[in-house]
Design a binder for this molecule. Structure first.
Ligand SMILES: Cc1cc2nc3c(=O)[nH]c(=O)nc-3n(C[C@H](O)[C@H](O)[C@H](O)COP(=O)(O)OP(=O)(O)OC[C@H]3O[C@@H](n4cnc5c(N)ncnc54)[C@H](O)[C@@H]3O)c2cc1C
Length: 436
């Protein structure tokens, strides 16, 4: 049996362990923190007696590698699938608009959704027709950024504000001017290549129950060893191979193969400067973007007709810092602010200021919101939630297969062609497992 050591127990590391075990490898996984899951986990808040996800995670129908991983760990049934893409939005004039795809083959489901979207006027709808270029015009890939691309295909200001911006912030956690055109075009072409790919998919449980407990169970059943609080501090390279890795206690760990599944902001630390510059120069040196979540708990039940949301209890806001609202139960809403670093230094604000800015946004958009009494709130800041898929990052994402004959790199930031997503993390591991 090939002995493989996986460094990092986020979704890339967990799925690498599962996929490589299925290929007959003998796996050991080392995780530096006291928990598995990396950037997708839930934690228990004693005071509120509740589990909180570190941020709302949404999947999509095109997350095929993620579904394979979830099936392997017995957690696929913990997902809720939307039949057709549907989202309700409110703008700062308290108007509500429903964006709904119909039961048509892709990409006509998207085009008809936009043509019947009441937020758009006649000239916006004419510009919707130009979207066909996304699926046909290869030259768009070489434009400077997505902002330029949207102008090039004549997308009107209102279409950008009421459709493209919410979509872009949700998928890329970055502004259009910071997004590479190829990644953007590939996501759209893939997401709208099949009708079921464009639907939203949402966890029915917290993130631990979805991604982690099943993996831990799988490890136990299959004798996959994993240790928490075991940080790898060094990867020793000799003659184009990893000779061994070393943990913080200075213990050497030898195996046939090694998979790094650490995030981009930890990768460089693993190597001697000379080795890093020789084999991976610049890799991992990419920019990151934050996500803030605000949980609001109300004294009284939120009136049923206050928010028009979809079957997932999800509502989008247009023209505000707050982008998404999720209704957890009649007394609890969670609010998402993506790419918060770009929004007037939102991330660095103290909790009370973030709270009041969000309440102001919600009151601007939702009739009757100001009459609700907030009993309590909680803010979760994830400062390096994702990398920014800008032009700079393209050359800085390493391939999963490296020049070192026994060393592979997994993680959302590796060269999968996808933005920083669960699917990118798990796809990277799938690519590696296919080499075994
Ligand atoms: C708030 C938030 C919301 C998000 N929303 C979505 C969403 O809606 N949809 C979506 O698809 N994606 C979303 N994402 C992104 C998604 O969570 C990540 O893309 C994914 O979890 C990355 O997984 P990973 O395994 O590549 O990296 P990580 O999760 O960062 O895992 C790396 C692991 O390596 C460990 N490690 C680091 N250094 C060492 C070392 N030296 N030795 C041993 N272990 C080490 C770390 O502790 C960590 O556990 C969101 C992320 C956040 C933070």
């Amino acid at each position: 049996m090939k002995k493989v050591t996986v460094i990092g127990g986020g979704l890339a590391g967990l799925s690498a362990a599962v996929f490589l075990h299925k290929k007959g490898c003998n796996i050991r996984l080392l995780e530096s923190s006291p928990k598995l899951g990396g950037r997708a986990y839930a934690f228990y808040d004693r005071e509120k007696n509740l589990y909180f996800d570190n941020g709302q995670h949404i999947l999509a129908g095109w997350y095929q590698n993620t579904f394979e991983y979830l099936k392997a760990i017995g957690a696929y049934n913990k997902l809720d699938f939307q039949k057709n893409l549907e989202v309700n939005f409110y703008d700062t004039g308290k108007n509500s608009f429903n964006l709904k795809t119909y039961n048509l083959p892709a990409p006509f489901n998207l085009l008809t959704a936009l043509l019947t979207y009441k937020a758009l006027n006649f000239s916006d709808k004419i510009s919707v027709l130009m979207i066909y270029k996304i699926f046909t015009d290869k030259k768009l890939e070489s434009l400077k950024n997505v902002s330029e691309l949207l102008r090039k295909i004549n997308q009107k200001e209102r279409l950008i504000k009421y459709f493209w911006e919410p979509f872009i912030f949700a998928v890329f956690n970055a502004k259009p001017e910071n997004i590479n055109c190829k990644i953007f075009l590939d996501i759209l072409k893939n997401g709208f290549s099949k009708k079921e790919f464009s639907s939203l998919v949402i966890p029915k449980t917290n993130l631990n129950e979805l991604f982690i407990y099943g993996a831990a169970e799988y490890f136990k059943k299959n004798n996959i060893g994993f240790t928490l609080k075991e940080k790898v501090s060094k990867i020793k390279i000799k003659e184009n191979k990893v000779e061994y890795i070393e943990n913080e206690k200075g213990e050497k760990i030898f195996s046939d193969y090694y998979v790094s599944a650490v995030p981009f902001f930890r990768f460089t630390d693993l190597f001697e400067n000379e080795d890093y510059n020789r084999y991976f120069k610049g890799r991992g040196n990419i920019n990151s973007s934050s996500i803030i979540s605000l949980h609001l708990f109300f004294e009284n039940e939120i009136p049923g007709n206050l928010l028009k949301n979809n079957s997932f209890g999800m509502t989008g806001l247009i023209g505000t810092k707050v982008q998404w609202i999720f209704k957890r139960n009649p007394y609890h809403l969670s609010i998402v602010i993506s790419a918060s670093d770009f929004l007037d230094e939102f991330t660095e604000e103290p909790a009370e200021k973030i709270f009041s800015r969000c309440i102001s946004d919600l009151s601007k958009c939702i009739t009757g919101f100001e009459s609700l009494r907030v009993k309590d709130y909680k803010i979760i800041k994830e400062k390096r939630a994702t990398f920014i898929p800008d032009n700079l990052c393209i050359d800085k994402r390493p391939d999963q297969v490296t020049e070192l004959t026994n060393f592979f790199i997994a993680g959302d930031w590796t060269n999968t062609g996808l933005p920083a997503t669960i699917e990118s993390a798990i796809k990277s591991s799938k690519i590696i497992s296919e080499k075994f």
